[in-house]
Write a protein that binds this ligand. Structure first.
Ligand code: LIP
Length: 271
């Protein structure tokens, strides 16, 4: 079943990828702003989600849908699709070729603390790259098996992270980076959580962390990173979620977790 869901998720993601690249060429227009003026949704985000939603409904009526740009639909099959129609929307708006269509298929409630991810695809159409995984079957990039890095020492770790759409939260997040940056190789801010997680999966990053992600920003990338041998979680033994998402080369998790705690990453100021 997971392999079939992976195949379907990939077919659908590639179709949505073609659509958003076409719209990119035609010119991108903002449809609205959401949680802040910086948090925009483009018409292409909505078109991509509508396309993905209708293709899933045709292929698997009864499955649930949980996407960034539309209301959720409950499941009668126990399966739900967690979708980000364009992850890295600001990159997309500025034509920075680092954005993705992200689709995860989970079993259970659409809650990162409890769900079981079965299959996932993240496609970056501008780069012609498609990351994919099925539970227990490993992860691939354009069909070739990928592995996360190993034997990474903290002081030489290349670490990715991201910043929120709220100025207050960005200032807090910058404070954490300030405390980390002298203890690791360097920091990368590439603008798409899903592609950052896939970068850990294929060894382009040794680690990635972010606080405040929505389920659709990490659902697919977490499975892909885990299936590539990375260690993924939240803080203090929790699962990856909005509270915190940390993905690393397996032996790097504990030392980076400790450094994040010392840097104040648990602070409840932001809720
Ligand atoms: C984005 C994430 C990114 C994060 C942004 C935003 P979006 O998702 O991919 O890592 O820093 O604040 O959440 O809004 O492009 O789907």
């Amino acid at each position: 079943m997971s392999a079939e869901l992976q195949k379907l998720a990939t077919e659908i993601a590639l179709q949505a990828g073609e659509l958003i690249v076409r719209r990119r060429r035609e010119g991108v227009s903002i449809a609205a702003s959401k949680s802040s003026a910086e948090d925009v949704v483009t018409h292409a985000d909505r078109e991509s989600e509508n396309l993905i939603r209708s293709l899933i409904a045709d292929a698997r009526p009864g499955d649930g849908f949980y996407g960034e740009e539309s209301d959720a639909t409950g499941s009668t099959t126990g399966i739900t699709w967690v979708v980000d129609p364009i992850d890295g929307t600001v990159n997309y708006l500025y034509d920075i070729p680092n954005y993705a269509v992200s689709i995860a298929v989970i079993e259970g409630d659409p809650n990162p603390h409890t769900w079981t991810a079965l299959a996932a695809t993240v496609t970056n159409p501008a780069a012609g790259e498609t990351f994919s995984a099925a539970r227990g079957m490993g992860a691939t990039l354009n069909g070739t098996k990928i592995q996360a890095n190993t034997d990474v020492v903290l002081s030489l770790a290349l670490v990715g992270t991201g910043f929120a759409y709220s100025a207050e939260r960005r200032i807090w997040q910058a404070g954490i980076v300030q405390q980390l940056i002298g203890s690791v190789r360097d920091i990368r801010r590439m603008g798409s959580a899903e592609l950052d997680l896939c970068s850990v999966a294929c060894g382009r990053l040794d680690a990635y962390y972010e606080r405040g992600l929505n389920p659709w920003d990490h659902a697919a990338g977490v499975l892909i990173a885990e299936e590539a041998g990375a260690r993924v979680g939240g803080l203090n033994g929790a699962r990856a979620s909005r509270d915190f998402t940390l993905a690393t080369a397996a032996d790097l998790f504990e030392p980076l977790h400790e450094l994040l705690i010392e840097a104040g990453a648990e602070a409840s100021v932001l809720g």
